[in-house]
Write a protein that binds this ligand. Structure first.
Ligand SMILES: *Cc1c(COP(=O)(O)O)cnc(C)c1O
Length: 364
């Protein structure tokens, strides 16, 4: 049996007719960027997350960049970010000229809240937690630190659509929550897309102005902005998927439950969930100390896996100027050497799940 790590047309086919109707509606409307579909999606997504405002953007990276900018964070400021994350979380900081301060992860792969305090300095302006792989960070602990040191919280929710901590939706614990709708994400569009959510009217207004050349009134540019607009077709398609997000999440959690219940191989370390945290399984990440041999074995049996992510941001070529070297964040680097993501996608069949489990359990 051949099993891809992700198969995007399965989730399309689940609601194909609704997607096609929505796309046609947007096409026939004669209005293609920042219109009724975007407004309607923003309203639904704000409601879904339980926040007051949502601003649709062009990508998750833009959401992070504009969130940091709207909070007035820039040159000379420091932002605390997990060392174990996708590079976009860090780019949101560095694109504004601010300095990322990395903190090692805990056993759940998220930022270790016990190590944050030691990283706070006079220059620290914000904590930027990332709900990696779909599991919420310990947001109460992060809120306490932010209050104590008067820091902003910017949540990177690019992998955690619908995940809660203590029953509260990720993205609503701090000042701004940043989302990506890249096609592979849990709430993925059919192209690029992103959004911020916030309860702060002033921040929402700032980001709404920034996304459209810094203008509220056409050709009247108040601030130096960017072009980061969400288009009508993506918004229409996202509205369809948002209606089904709960069932899509249930399906991911069901696949994860099968894996957790049935994978039993002493060489494979399964993911754990922190008490109070939801896990929406954007990725199902396991560890194996002999990863190369293990992935090769799976590949020979037709099972494809991926690594999220092989090179931690502090070791990325693009960040050589930050001056980090191998060994600076040993826990992060250790994870990067051992992690792999198992096939996990909406529309995965029971046969496929059982086959993955059977092959993993047969790995000698
Ligand atoms: C995908 C992702 C982003 C960036 O989103 P894009 O829409 O691809 O720009 C940011 N942070 C994390 C953790 C992500 O997984």
């Amino acid at each position: 049996m051949n099993i891809e790590c992700n198969v995007l047309d399965r989730q399309f086919k689940m609601y194909q007719q609704e997607y096609e109707e929505a796309a046609l509606r947007a096409l026939r409307s004669g209005w293609y960027v920042l219109g009724k579909e975007v407004e309607s999606f923003e309203k639904s997504f704000a409601e879904f997350t339980g926040s007051k405002y949502c601003v649709g953007l062009n990508s998750g990276l833009d959401a992070l960049i504009l969130a940091v900018r709207a909070l007035g964070i820039g040159k000379g400021d420091e932002v605390i970010v997990p060392a174990n994350t996708y590079i976009a979380s860090v780019m949101g900081i560095t694109e504004n000229g601010a300095t990322p301060i990395f903190v090692e992860p805990d056993e759940y792969y998220n930022i270790d809240v016990w190590k944050i305090e030691a990283a706070i300095t006079k220059k620290t302006k914000a904590i930027l937690p990332v709900h990696l792989y779909g599991q919420s960070c310990d947001m109460r602990a992060i809120q306490k630190l932010a209050e104590k040191y008067h820091l902003y919280i910017i949540e990177d929710c690019a992998q955690s659509h619908g995940a809660c901590f203590d029953g509260q939706m990720t993205g609503t614990f701090g000042d701004i929550g940043c989302f990506s709708f890249y096609p592979t994400k849990n709430l993925g569009a059919f192209g690029d897309g992103g959004a911020i959510i916030t309860n702060n009217a002033e921040l929402a207004d700032k980001i709404m102005t920034l996304r459209n050349y810094g203008s509220r009134v056409k050709y009247h540019n108040e601030v130096e902005g960017v072009n980061s607009r969400l288009d009508e077709i993506q918004a229409a398609l996202l509205s369809v998927k948002l209606r089904h997000l709960d069932e899509l999440t249930d399906e991911r959690q069901w696949i994860a439950a099968c894996y957790l219940r049935e994978i039993a191989n002493p060489k494979i370390v399964l993911p754990k969930t922190l008490a109070g945290s939801d896990h929406v399984y954007h990725q199902f990440v396991v560890r194996c100390s002999e990863r190369e041999a293990f992935t090769q074995y799976l590949l020979e049996k037709g099972i494809k896996t991926m690594i999220h992510y092989p090179i931690p941001p502090h070791l990325a070529e693009s960040y050589a100027r930050l001056g980090y070297a191998k060994g600076d964040f040993p826990i992060t680097e250790g994870y990067a050497d051992e992690i792999l993501s198992l096939p996990m996608y909406n529309g995965m069949t029971e046969e496929e799940i059982e086959y993955v489990i059977e092959i993993i359990n047969s790995y000698p």
